[in-house]
Structure formats: C-alpha cells, structure tokens
Design a protein around this ligand. Sequence first.
Ligand SMILES: Nc1ncnc2c1ncn2[C@@H]1O[C@H](COP(=O)(O)OP(=O)(O)OP(=O)(O)O)[C@@H](O)[C@H]1O
Length: 594
Amino acid sequence: MKEKKEGWMRTLLGYAGGYRKKFELSIVLSVISITAGLVPFFCMYQVICKFVDGTVTSGAILGWCGAALFAYCVKVLCFAGSTAASHQVAYHVLEGLRLRMADRFLHAPLGEVQAHSIGEIKNIMVDKIEGIEPPLAHVVPEGVGHIVLPVVSILALALIDWRIALASLVTFPAAFVCMALTFKISGKNFDTYNNSNTYMNSMIVEYIEGIEVIKAFGRAGVSYEKYAKAITDYRTFVIKWLSSTWVTMKLAFALFPATLIGTLPVSLALASAGTITASQAALAVMLSISMVGSLAKLEVFANETKQMQMTVEELDSLLTMKSLLEPEKRANITSTDVELKQVRFSYSGNTEEEVLHGIDLKFPQGSFTALVGPSGGGKSTVAKLIARFFDVTEGSITIGGVNIKDMPLSQISENVSFVAQDNFLFRCSLLENIRLGNPKATDEEVKAAARAAQCEEFILKLPQGYDTPAGEAGKRLSGGEKQRIAIARMMLKNAPIVILDEATAFTDPENEDKIQQSIAALTKGKTLLVIAHRLSTIKQADNIVVLKNGAIVAHGTQEELLENCPLYQDMWKAHIGAKEWAVSSAGKEEKAYV
Ligand SMILES: Nc1ncnc2c1ncn2[C@@H]1O[C@H](COP(=O)(O)OP(=O)(O)OP(=O)(O)O)[C@@H](O)[C@H]1O
C-alpha cells in the first residue's frame, strides 16, 4: 500500500508506454526555457552597470539586447517543445488508463464490475481520467522549470549578498503553513467530494435511463426528486468545501511570491551602507521580481498535483481490480461435455447468502438439457457460472474434463455461446451487431444467420435495412426483435456449447415456433442448455432439471418428471392452465402464447 502511494507518478507514467521518455524531454526543455527567461534580466543588469560606470556604448547596448532577444527566442521555442512533448505523453497516459480499465472490467468477475454504477464508471473513465491531462501536460514539466527559476534566482541573490537571499525567503514559512493547512482541510473532505460527485453522476445516468418512467409519473416522481437533490447537495457541498480553504489558500497565494517584502529593504539598506553597488541592488530587485511569477504558479501547481495524486490513488482500486485468474496456455479439450461438481456459489462471497448449494449436473456432448423451476431458484446463476462470468465459491465446473479455471477466458468464450433475456445492441449497424458473433463472417453469412433467427423480415422494413445504426434501431426494436438479433449472433458464432437463458421469452408465438425450429437445426450435435419458463419449448429435452432454492429437486425426461416430480406436475398444470386460458379467452383455436 505504502509502495503504491510513493510511486503514484511512476504508476501514471507507466501508462505512457514508449512515450515516457518524452516526459523527461519535456522537463529538460522546460528547465532550459525557464532558465533562458532569466538571461534578459542579466543582460539588463549589464547595461545598467555600463550606464552607472559611464562606459556605455551603442554597440554594447545592441550586443546585450541581441543576447536578451536570443535568450527570449530560446525560452519560447523550448517552452513550445516542452508542452508539445508533455501533451503527447499526457494523452498517451489517458489512452493507457482507459484501455487498462476496460481490460480490467473484461477480466474481472461480473459482480466486481456491477458493484459500480454506470454513473460512477462514467465519472471515473471520462471525467476523472480527463482531469489528469491538464496537470500532467502542464504542471509537471512547467512546475519543474518553475522550481528551477527561484532556486537559480536565490543562488544569484546569494552571490550578490547572502543576506538578500535570506531576506527573499522571509514570507516562505508563513506561506508553507497556510498551504499545508489548505491541503489538510481540503484533503479531509476529498472523499466526501468524490462520493457526492459520483452520486450526482449516478443520478444523472439513472434519470436519463429512466426517462420513460419519469415522464409517465411526472416530475414529482422519486427519481426526479433524487436527481434534483443530488445536484443541489453537490452544489451546496462544493461551495462549502471551497469556502473552508478560502482564507488559508488566499493567504498562501499572497505570501508565497511576496519576495520583495524582504529583498527590497535589505538591498536598499546594503546599497546605502555601501556593501553592494546600486547596480547590484537593482539586479537583486529584478531577480526578486523574476521569481514572483514562478512562485505564484508553483502554488497553483502544488494544488493541482495534489488533486492528480488523489485521483490516481482513487483510480488505483479500479486499475488493480480483482481479476479472474486464467492461464495463458490453451487447454486441450477433447469433448464438450459440461459438468458441475458440488458447485456452491454466493454472489457476495458470504456463505450465509449462498444461492447454489452443492449442485451436481452433467450435460453430455450433443445433449439438450433444460433448466426449469420457480423464479429465483438459481437457473441463470448456473448458466453464468458455466460461461465463467463469476467463479464458483466451492466445487468445480469442467468442459471436456478440464476445469474452466484452467483455460483462458478466450477459450471459454470460443466454446460457449450465451444468449440472455436482455440483450445489448452496440452503437454500430445491425449487420455489425450480428457479425459480433463471428468477426470473420461475410455479409452473406451474417444475413443467412439473420434469416435463420427470423430477423430479416423486420430488418428489411427499417429505412437502412441491415445498415441501420443500432442506436436508432435499438429504440424502435421490440424486446423480441432484439432477442432475435442476439440469437442470430449466437448462430453465427457456432460455438459447440449453447446456453439460452430465456432467450425467446419476449418473442411472439408465431416467430418463436420458427426460431425454435432454427435453433433445433443449428444446435444439432451441440451441447445445449436452455432455461425456459414456457415448458412447451423444452419438452423434447433429453434431460429436464428442476431447480428450486439453489438445489436440484428432480431431473429426467418430461414423462418421468410428470410421473415423479410434484413440483414439475404443478408447473406443467399451471402452464397448461395458462395455455387453455389463452385459447378460451381468444375464443378460437389459435396457438396459445405460453
Ligand atoms: N448479481 C446478483 N447479485 C446478488 N444476488 C443475485 C444476483 N443475481 C441473482 N441474485 C440472486 O440469486 C438468486 C438466484 O437468481 P437467478 O437469477 O439465478 O434465479 P433464476 O432461477 O434464474 O430466476 P428467474 O427465473 O426469475 O430468472 C436469487 O435469489 C437472486 O436474487
């Protein structure tokens, strides 16, 4: 922990990759730029000396002015080079941080990712990371230069007379005390600031996501109240937080660059006493003035560096998020049998909140298994564990006899297709959304999968057909249509193990029939696991497993369960009852939506 804190800048620059060296270049150029900025003062001093001595000539004036101009050009050019290099580094760091974070999310257990709200993640990945750019691109390289200038100036003052150098520091102790107090007060509330900011972001995202519900219930809805309160609370907190450091910060800003308070009287006194010449006194005053800008900037930079450090430390928890351990080497799988042995699982990791209690299940290669049972029984959890969205708490899951923990996540993904109830469409065309199942598939193969999943009819009705952006189409597509896109993806992927978790729940009976036929044809010979509430869709399964409260109640074929399992009998009766009700309420012999 200590090591992380000490190395926060090193950690940050680690994300610059090959651009890290440019950061050092940027610092060197900044130091040259700032030092070159001192040369005109020295040139002016030389001219004043010549005037005082009475040895001034137009050639000397021109020479010193030329030197001052040259130094000024060096200053400007080096500054430009320094900021160009530091910006390149800064944007590479932002890129590295965002890529690393996305990678962490991909390799972390799903629960670790879902523990963070979308607002919180957006706040960190967009705003907080973006907030690192200005200090990294400006503060560090320029800051180093602004440290060098006062140091050089104070050394020069010491060369004139050590007492002037000492006098230039007279306000520093009070300024440091004020600065330390500012950091202490603001640091104390930084966590509260973060929480308030994160909460406000979450509320904004929730408000937009729930806009349909909010519109239906009007502005008086709880969501709107929460949204408005989060924004007001944030404003109140930030104003209070800033006010708490107002006095100390302004005092520090006033005291730190006030070097003239000491140097002016001491230089004049020494010049009057004849200890230094008038020209030296003038140079001392000029050097003091030259420090003012740097010292003022240093204070701002110190503040921003502190903010950057706190942000990096905050990001650390996400950058070091727990990952699912995976080997690099692919496992040798000779079959696609799936087996769960004594699987126990708790989302929280707490055994008292266990949702699966020692499940033993076997899905032989090429078999069709159905998982049924009351809501909350653990069916989806089993499916997600097989796809390794989470790790089992106890027990093991094997594919082809190999524990899924002993194969890379990419190998599991290649072997398992998972279609859930809610499916996400990415911001690209429908064609590309389906192609996600197999990036190498040709347009014709994508369209064939779409036809098999009964998608083509509704896709062709959209204004741009397959090229319709999913963002737009997502709003116009029904739940059932989105599910069919996901099924097309699955068909295109053609993985040997297929898991369908209520994948056709939103589909109308007519299309469901057709999809079921396509699924049956396309999953022939594959290991198929279907979770369904509509029992008519799984009655052909080789094995139907009844899961209740995280334990297996019974398993067998439909006939066996109808004979031996009272729970399945009840579920079947309810299913048939619903079907009959649907038929009689329609008043004619149409297919029931069951
Ligand atoms: N992300 C989660 N975090 C914590 N608990 C969860 C999470 N997802 C599910 N659960 C809990 O795990 C238990 C099993 O849920 P699961 O979704 O696996 O049941 P299910 O049988 O698929 O239900 P349904 O038929 O309603 O989809 C439930 O008690 C549920 O509340």
